[in-house]
Design a protein around this ligand. Structure first.
Ligand code: ZN
Length: 279
């Protein structure tokens, strides 16, 4: 595995980690001050700043953009709803291109309102990504399917394992890859094999880190700092790197009662320490 000691160039700050404390401008400045090499903005913060202005600031700070969060949310109950989702995804691709993002992260979406047809939702996801690909390929922005933990299957993502994501990539062709977020996939008995499969295809586009707290008190907003939970992050990083991944470790921590209440500079300092000791 790569040696992270004293090296923060391969650390990327997902802005969700300091969502409650900092604007995108402050995140960019914070990364520059702390020597963090990458950033992954969420679109709400990007919209507040403006994509062109953000692009200039990111360039001036010398940061790489490990991803833009997020596109996806393809399934809808009506064709108008599906079309609206596609339009929004095309705009996300344009913004990703403007800021030089290495990929657009896809949280693919769950069941349409009132539906119990998860197989149908998965078909809609496949069709939605397929319909987006002309635009994303032309823009030169790969899209990264991020499988989410199955507890989100109804409302956020009906792609829940890396195998499902790999199968989708095989079906859809070039310009589609996967993002491996340890929070979502650490429990999967097939994880090592599916990471190797993704690596063989050259499609690992992102590696996201945080930790699974025991107990977890909120399904969405109680993620842990690396090293504070149950995930063997170095083991998974080893698998990802053995599969050929050479990008950043992106810290993505939603934590309304803990890390979002702390001083953001202290959060970044802890991320840097844990990047070296627990990732
Ligand atoms: Zn993630």
């Amino acid at each position: 595995m790569r040696d992270f000691s004293g090296d923060t160039a391969l650390l990327s700050l997902n802005t969700a980690t300091v969502q409650a404390q900092w604007t995108l401008e402050q995140c960019i400045d914070g990364c520059a001050r702390h020597g963090v090499g990458g950033i992954a903005p969420w679109r709400d913060k990007l919209a507040e700043c403006g994509a062109a202005r953000a692009a200039a600031m990111i360039r001036d700070a010398g940061l790489r953009v490990s991803g833009l969060c997020r596109g996806g949310m393809f399934p809808a109950a009506t064709s108008a709803g599906r079309q609206a989702a596609l339009d929004d995804n095309r705009k996300a691709i344009d913004d990703a291109a403007t800021i030089g993002a290495e990929c657009l992260i896809l949280v693919v979406g769950g069941l349409p309102e009132g539906s119990k047809d998860i197989a149908g939702a998965r078909m809609q996801v496949r069709d939605g990504i397929d319909a987006l690909l002309d635009h994303s390929r032309a823009a030169g922005v790969p899209v990264a399917i991020e499988p989410l933990h199955p507890m989100y299957a109804a409302d956020r993502a009906c792609v829940n394992t890396l195998k499902q994501a790999n199968d989708l990539c095989d079906a859809l062709g070039g310009g589609v890859g996967v993002a491996v977020d340890v929070y979502h996939v650490w429990w999967d008995p097939d994880l090592e094999a599916e990471i190797a499969r993704a690596g063989t295809a050259g499609r690992i586009l992102g590696f996201h880190v945080c930790d699974w707290l025991v107990p977890t008190t909120d399904l969405l907003l109680d993620r842990g700092m690396m090293g504070d939970g149950a995930i063997d992050i170095p083991k998974i990083r080893g698998w990802v790197e053995a599969a050929g991944y050479s990008g950043t470790s992106e810290v993505e921590i939603f934590s309304k009662d803990n890390w979002w209440r702390r001083d953001a500079d202290d959060v970044l300092t802890t991320c840097i320490e844990r990047h070296q000791s627990a990732v």
